[in-house]
Design a protein around this ligand. Sequence first.
Ligand SMILES: Cc1cc2nc3c(=O)[nH]c(=O)nc-3n(C[C@H](O)[C@H](O)[C@H](O)COP(=O)(O)OP(=O)(O)OC[C@H]3O[C@@H](n4cnc5c(N)ncnc54)[C@H](O)[C@@H]3O)c2cc1C
Length: 887
Amino acid sequence: MEYPITQDAGLEARDDRLVTDSARTDRPTPDVDVVVVGAGIAGLYLAYRLSRAGHRLRVFEAGDDLGGTWYWNRYPGARVDVPSIDYMYSFDPNWQRDWQWSEKYATQPEILRYLNHIADKHDLRRHITFSTRVRQAGWDDGASLWRVRTDGGDDVSARFVVMATGCLSMPKQAEVDGLESFTGEVYFTSRWPHDPVDFTGKRVAVIGTGSSGVQSIPVIAEEAREVVVFQRTPTFSIPARNGQVSPERLALFAANEADYRSAARMSPGGIPMERSITPTFSVSEAERQQRYERAWGIGELFEAINVYADVLSNPAANHEFAEFFRNKIRAIVDDPQTASDLCPTDYPVATKRPCLDTNYYATYNLPHVRLVNVRKHPIRQITETGIDTAHEAFTFDAIVFATGFDAVTGAITAVDITGRDDAALKDKWADGPQTYLGLTTAGFPNLFLITGPGSPSVLSNMAVSIEQHVDWVLDCLGHLRAHGFAAIEPTAMAEAGWTQHVNDCADITLFPAANSWYMGANVPGKPRVFLPYPAGVDFYRATCDEVVARDYLGFKLSGPEGSMCNDGLVRRLQPDVEMILIQMAAMNLPTLDSMPVDEARAFYAQMSTTRPPGPDVGEIVDGVLPGATGDLAYRLYRPPTPGPHPIVVFFHGGGWVVGDAVSDDPLCRDLCVRSDAIVISADYRHAPEHRFPAAVDDAMAAVRWVADNAEALGGMPGRLAVCGWSAGGNLAAVVSRLTRDAGGPHIVGQVLLTPPTDGDLTRASYVENADGYGLTTALAQWCYDHYIDPADRRDPRFAPLCAGDLSGLPPAIVVTAEFDPLRDEGKAYAAALDAAGVPVEHVRARGHTHQSLTMVDVALSGAPVRARIANALRGFFLPTRTPETAA
Ligand SMILES: Cc1cc2nc3c(=O)[nH]c(=O)nc-3n(C[C@H](O)[C@H](O)[C@H](O)COP(=O)(O)OP(=O)(O)OC[C@H]3O[C@@H](n4cnc5c(N)ncnc54)[C@H](O)[C@@H]3O)c2cc1C
C-alpha cells in the first residue's frame, strides 16, 4: 500500500516516513474502536460524533447518570459562570425549537436538564455504561490496541481511548484531622446529595471560599441559623447581575448564530469578544476607573479580565485593577476587619479564576454570618461537635467542604494508564504533565485527552474548548482511517517543544506568581507546573489546525504496512514575539529597503513614537560631544540611585543608516535601571552620506570623550563599558579592539546585542531567516551596501571577526537571537573571542528575532535576556576589573 505523502517537513523537521512494518499484519480486531471515559459535556459530544461517524464505541461513566460536573455539583447556588447561551453545544443548530435558557447564568439543575435533553434528543444514552469506573488502561503494543478494565469487571479492547474525565472532577481530599469523629452532617460541594438538604435552624460551617464556596455561602446563609466561613485564601469576585437572557441578545443570536459561534471559536476565551490591545497606563486614570466600573457593572468574567491588555502581565496594571476590587469589597462589607480579611492581597487578580457571585460580600453583613481567617486562626481539628481553631471552639450541626479539586490532571492519573513498554503515565508525569497540544502524550499511542494539560481548558469557556478537542480527535480518526493508519502518537521532540511553549506562554504572565490550582499548588505534593494553555482559544485553535495542515506535524502515524512522521516544532517563536510579528504583518507596512533613505529615516522615527516609553530613570540629560569631525548628539540616562555610577557608552542600532541617540530610548532606560549604571547613548554619522569608517571614528571619539569626562558626568573614572545593538553592537566590538590597540581608554566590558561581525550573507542564518522575522536579509544587505564598499568588508573595523588577534579584549557578553539573519556571525564572534581566551558569555535568545530583545514592555520574554546583560555589566564593573586592580 502507498501512503499519500504530500507535506514538506518543517524547518527543523526530521523526515522519517514510510518505514515498512511488515511484522504487524495479523492484528486482532478490538471489541470496539473507541472507549470514552466520562459522560459529561465532553463524553456526550464524543458519543454523538463517534456514533455518527460509524465508530463502534463504549462510554464508561463512574456516576449513576450523565452530566459530569453538573451531575455531581448539586450544591445550593451552583451555577455556570459564563452566560448560558455561550455555555452550550453548538452542534445542535435548531436548539431554540426545543430549548430555552431561563436565566443569563443557568443553575445546575437547568444545565443538567439541558444535557439530559441533548442526550435524549440524539439518543446518546445507549452508548453509556453508568456506575462504572475505568480503573486501568494498558497499551498492548503487539496488538496495537488498548485493554481497558473497569471496576464493574468489564475487560474491553479498543483501538483508541479518549479520556473525557474532566478537569474538575477529582475532588481534593479534606486536609483536616478528626473529620471521622464529627457526629453532625458532612457535605462536599463536589459530591452533593441528590435529595434537598435543609439547613433551616442549623449551625453550619463552610470550609473553602473558591467558586463553590462563593456560590453556596449566600444561599446557605438564607436558611441557616448561623454560618461560619473558614477562609484560607480570599477570592476576587464580581457580581453576576443574573437575570433573564436579554431578548435583544437572543434575537441577535437567532439571526446570526453561525457567525456568533464562529466568533466564539476565534476569541481569546471562547466567548465572542475582541482581545483588548490597550495597555492600562496608556489612558488616563479617570478613563481607567470608568472602564473598571463598567466591567464591574456588566457582570461577565471574561469582560472583566479583558479590561486592558496587560492586566495579566504588568504587575503595576494588575495591582491597580486589584485595588479597584479591594475598594469594592471594603465598600460593601461593613465590618472593617472582615472586609480586610476578604481582600486578596497575596496574588495578582485573575491569576486564580475570579468568581461571579450573587450577594457574596454582602452576606458577611448579616448578623448570623461570620468569617474566620484560618491564616490567623488555623483549624486545629474537627471534633465530635464542631471545629477547633487555635483560639476558639465552634459547635456545628453541619460542615460543608468547598475545598476544590485535584485539577486538570487528577482524574487522568487516577486511572492506571500504561503505554508503550508498560510505562505508567503517572510516572511520566511525576514532575508535571507533558503533552503535545494538551491532546496527546508521547509513549501512549491512540490516547486522547479532552481538555488535557497544555490546552486552554479551565481558562476558557469549556463548552467551546471541549467541542474543539472532540472535533479535532474525530478529524484525526477520519484521517487515520482514510489513509490506512492504525495508530498515532506524538514525537518526543514535538512534545518537548509544546511543553516548552506552554511554559513560555505562562512565563510572560503573572499566573506563576499565584499559589493556584492552575499551578497545582492546592494539592500537597503536586508538581508546581502551570497546567492550562494561557495564550487563548484563538491562538490555540489556529495551532491545532496548523498541525493538521502541516501533515500532522510532530506526530508519528503508523499502520500495518508502514509509518510516516513529519517531525518538528509547531511553535518556535516566543509567544509574544509571534503575536507582534502577526500584528506587524497585518499592518502591511512598507519595508525600509523599499524607501529612499530620507523616507526610511522618517518612517523609523515615526515607528518609535508608538512604543511604550520604558522605565523611569533618575535623570535624562541631552547634550553634544565632539565627534571625529564635529559635534554629535548624546543622551545620558542616570540611575535613580545615588552616584557616582559606572558608565556604559551605548551605540544605537539602525544599520549605520537610520536611528540616532534617542532611537533606542526604552532599551537605554531599561539598561540604566537594571545595571545601575549611567548609559550614554552617543550618536555617530550615518551612511550613505558618511560611509565607513565615519561611524567607527565617531564611536572612538565618543568613548574617548566620555572616558576623559567621566567624573564631570557623574561617573566613576575607569569603570567604562561599551554596549550596542545591531550596527551599534558592531561598533562596540570594533571600539573594544581599537582601544586595546591604542592603549586606552580602558574598557572593562563589551555588550554586543545581535551584532553583525563580518556581514557574510552566505551564512545559514541569512538563508533560514531571510524573511518574516522583522530584519530581512534584503534589508541587511541594503544597510551593508549603504555603509561600506564590498572591497572593504574584511577590514576589521567593519568585520571584527576578521581581526587576526582577539586576545586581551575586554570580557564580553554576546547575545544572538534564534530568528535573526545575523545570528550565525554573532555566534562565530562569541566562539572566536572564547578561542582567544577572552571571557565571554554567549546568550542564545531562543525564539527571539533581531529586534525583539529591544522591545521593552512589548516583548516581555526579552526581559530575562536584558536581565542577564545587566548582570554581566554589574560583573564588568566589579572593582577587580578596573585598570588599577587589573594591573
Ligand atoms: C462547580 C463547577 C462549576 C463550573 N462552572 C463552569 C463554567 O461556568 N464555565 C465553564 O466553562 N466551566 C465550568 N466548570 C468546568 C466544568 O468542569 C466544565 O465546564 C465541563 O463541565 C467539563 O465537562 P467534561 O465532560 O470535560 O468533564 P466533567 O463534566 O467533569 O465529566 C467528567 C466525567 O468523567 C467521569 N469520570 C472521571 N473519571 C472516570 C473514570 N475513571 N471512569 C469513569 N468515569 C470517570 C466523572 O464521573 C465525570 O462524570 C465548572 C466546574 C465546576 C466543578
